[in-house]
Design a protein around this ligand. Sequence first.
Ligand code: PEP
Ligand code: MG
Length: 325
Amino acid sequence: ASQRLKGIVSFQPVTQDGKEIELGANISSLKELDIALASGTSGVGLFRTEFLYMDRSRLPMEEEQFEVYRSVAEKLAGRPLIIRTLDIGGDKQLDYFELPEEENPFLGYRAIRICLDKPELFKTQLRAILRASAFGKVKIMYPLISSVEEVQTANSLLSDAKRELVEEGHAYDGDIEVGIMIELPAAVMIADLLAKEVDFFSIGTNDLVQFTLAVDRMNDQISHLYEPYHPAVLRMLKFTVEAAKQAGIHIGVCGEMAGDLKALPIWLALDVDELSMSPHAILPIKERLLSLTQQDSRSLFSEILTCRTSRSIHEMLASFQSMQQ
Ligand code: PEP
Ligand code: MG
């Protein structure tokens, strides 16, 4: 199989009937970038920057961050690099940073909430990302957005960072794109409003499933209830993509569902622009993509939308998959 997959590394990711879709990588280290590059990645759809902050004794300086972002941007040689700002808290802790003990850390002090509460910490990262944007096609993405205000506050700190860099004579891409993760039900419901504030969306299905179903993604006892193919989740996805299309902004997906072979016809039917996944999933997904059509995917999806249970959705997706093999 791996020999067969190697043969399609340089193929364009396009269906039989001409729907092209970017297949990007989720990376959280430089090693993963190498695997992604070897798989012919379209770019990096999610650079998880937490590793720069973890397993160390102090916050990373702007210069250290800049060097890492720049080297990833350069290695991608013009392909897009979406850098997600710090998504700490929840399950991810920092040794040097007192995060409060919380009853519900996933609903607590985390991600963009910390960044907006600690503007200096946030601005240091934004400056490093902006400076790296002079060396490739860098984009910025905010995680865990729940309101228009959060986007506006983050963007105003971004403007401050840009102004400082101009004053100091640092270069950056003046057209740098800014996007948000859609991973909370609130963000889905106001997707039309959020779309007016940003250049792109990326759906974070891992958290979106968790929050839609109120099922802690880390809790083994209820893992059978963690169901990406729940009718409620599929409606959330459809609603979000339609809002992005209506506003004419780029729409990607970066949760685990993006790399799930079973979900591929759903993304084709919804007509998303980009799927970003674990680097190991890129070639298997591309191989399947090459054999599918958007037209068949659309027929399948319209039937799936009539399903009343996750079980019937699974059955329908499985029978579609077996027809492809
Ligand atoms: C997500 O929530 O789907 C996502 C991609 O982010 P993370 O898994 O890092 O929370
Ligand atoms: Mg998330």
